[in-house]
Every structure is written in C-alpha cells, then in structure tokens.
Design a protein around this ligand. Structure first.
Ligand SMILES: Nc1ncnc2c1ncn2[C@@H]1O[C@H](COP(=O)(O)OP(=O)(O)OP(=O)(O)O)[C@@H](O)[C@H]1O
Ligand SMILES: [Mg+2]
Length: 261
C-alpha cells in the first residue's frame, strides 16, 4: 500500500525489475528495464505493438525460458528474491506468479476439472477438498451462480467471457500471489470486458495484478500504475493518473494523445 508521510512515498514492492535486458537470439527486446510492481495494486503496461509488453510480462514468471535462444540479464526480485537465481524452482514460481492469456485457453475437460487441474497436478485427491476449492475459486471469479449446476459440462461450451473467467478461477485455485494478464479482454465484447475489469478491481484486494493492454482507456480505468514502453525501453513509469494527465516525457505525451501507435 502507498502511504505518504512528509512527502515520502512508502510502498511495498512485490516485484522489482532492475536493469532487465532480454534477447531473442541477437534481437535486443528489452533494454535495461527498471520498474516495480506494488502489492495489491494493478500495474498496466502500454505501448505500441512490438514494444516488448508481452516479453516483459513473460519475464515475470520466466515464461520466456521456453523460447529457444532467448536470454535475460538483470534482476527480477519477487519478495526480494531473484527469480532468475539457479536455485529457483520454475514450476513453483509459476504457481506464485500465474498468467491469463489473450485468448481464453480452458482445457478440453469439464468445468470442474479445469478449476481443480492445478490441485490435482499437485496431488490433491480428497473429493471434499477439491469441491471446496472449486466453489471458492468459481465464486471469486464470479462464476459460481452461473455454473454450479453444470460443473460436469465441457468448459469449451462456455461463452468466451465465461471461459476467460474460468481461466482466472483455475489460477485462483492454486493461490497465486501475482496474476499476469496479457490483453485478457482482446477477444471479448465491451460488456464482457467491463466484467473482467470489475473482477480485476475486486481481485486486487487479495492479489497483485500486472496487465498488458492495447487499450489506453482500459489502463486508465483499472490500473494504479502504468508503464509506457517503446522499442524495448520503459519510457515512463508511474502513477496512472499522472501519466495520462501530465506525462513527464514528450514521447509519452505523443502516444497518449494519439500521435502514433
Ligand atoms: N519468440 C520470439 N522470437 C523472436 N522475436 C520475438 C519473439 N517474440 C517477440 N519477439 C519480438 O520482440 C519484440 C517485442 O515483442 P512483444 O511480443 O513482447 O511485443 P508486444 O508489445 O507484446 O506487442 P503486441 O502489442 O503486438 O502484443 C517484437 O519486435 C517481436 O517481434
Ligand atoms: Mg503482446
């Protein structure tokens, strides 16, 4: 939480990114990016296509590790510990820092099996426990009342917005600390988008959220902090309201006033 005391902002950094460089082979995709993600806040990453938003997001749970030839340099601290340290268990990290993708990606399984998937992988077999977590997670994703009578139906039958919230429920079931969302509304209509935005505002009470969005209005509506990226660099990072109303950099101003992008 942010508190001001004699003009000094005290904050709790859940994730700290320090001088992070990232390469796809020889291509320098992130250039010395420094920023911090504060606990129980929503941080938005904006910028034109190809500027490195998704790359930066994927660095936060080492999803880029899966890309051949990719390498990172610099530090990403989660609660003060470097997630790139060799001692880090990547599967454990991805449980703590979960991700929601652009297109909903439920598994071709029942609604129930989707929600408890992570628990089952972790070896939980107790039926009562699984049912309990399924209910809690679906409630938290605002799906319980809609879906409680058809938990055995295929997740693929659900409309797109419910599929996306089911993916959120599937994440919540494994109790993440940080939720990464890469353009989670880009496949959704405006009503469904509004619902996800409301859900994010509810979730931030218990989680820390980082969202990539193409939609500046969305960033302005939901986020507390915003980072504007261009060609792999973090041009400006700070309080969302200030960034949109009185940006400190000319490049940011040009972007938010629609001069390019
Ligand atoms: N797997 C990859 N291999 C090589 N280059 C990549 C790979 N993924 C992304 N890039 C390049 O890295 C740069 C940043 O890409 P990234 O996907 O992070 O941008 P973005 O800001 O998320 O763009 P968009 O808004 O279009 O999603 C781009 O130039 C892109 O072409
Ligand atoms: Mg992207």
């Amino acid at each position: 939480m942010t508190g001001t005391h004699h003009g000094i902002v005290a904050s709790s950094n859940k994730v700290e990114i320090r001088s992070l460089d990232f390469f796809y082979g020889k291509f320098h995709a992130l250039k010395s990016v420094t920023m911090s993600v504060q606990q129980n806040m929503i941080t938005a990453l904006i910028g034109p296509s190809g500027c490195g938003k998704s790359t930066l997001l994927r660095c936060l749970n080492r999803m880029n590790d899966l890309i051949p030839g990719a390498s990172a340099k610099g530090e990403v601290l989660l609660d003060g510990s470097d997630i790139y340290d060799p001692s880090i268990e990547v599967a454990e990290l991805r449980k703590r820092v979960g991700m929601v993708f652009q297109r909903p990606n439920p598994f071709p399984l029942s609604i129930f099996s989707n929600v408890v998937y992570g628990l089952k992988v972790a070896g939980v077999r107790n039926a009562a426990r699984l049912a309990e977590v399924a209910e809690q997670s679906l409630r938290a994703a605002w799906l319980w009342d809609l879906l409680k009578d058809k938990l055995d139906h295929s997740a693929l039958e659900l409309p797109m917005d419910q599929q996306q919230r089911l993916c959120v429920a599937r994440l919540l079931a494994v109790q993440p600390e940080v939720i990464l969302m890469d353009e989670p509304c880009s496949a959704l209509d405006p009503i469904a988008t509004m619902k996800i935005e409301e859900l994010m505002l509810e979730l931030k009470k218990n989680y820390t959220i980082v969202i990539v969005t193409h939609n500046m209005q969305q960033a302005a509506r939901v986020s507390d902090l915003t980072g504007y990226m261009l060609l792999g660099e973090m041009i400006e990072f700070g309080d969302t309201n200030s960034l949109f109303t009185k940006p400190s950099k000319k490049l940011t101003e040009d972007y938010i006033t629609g001069k390019y992008g």
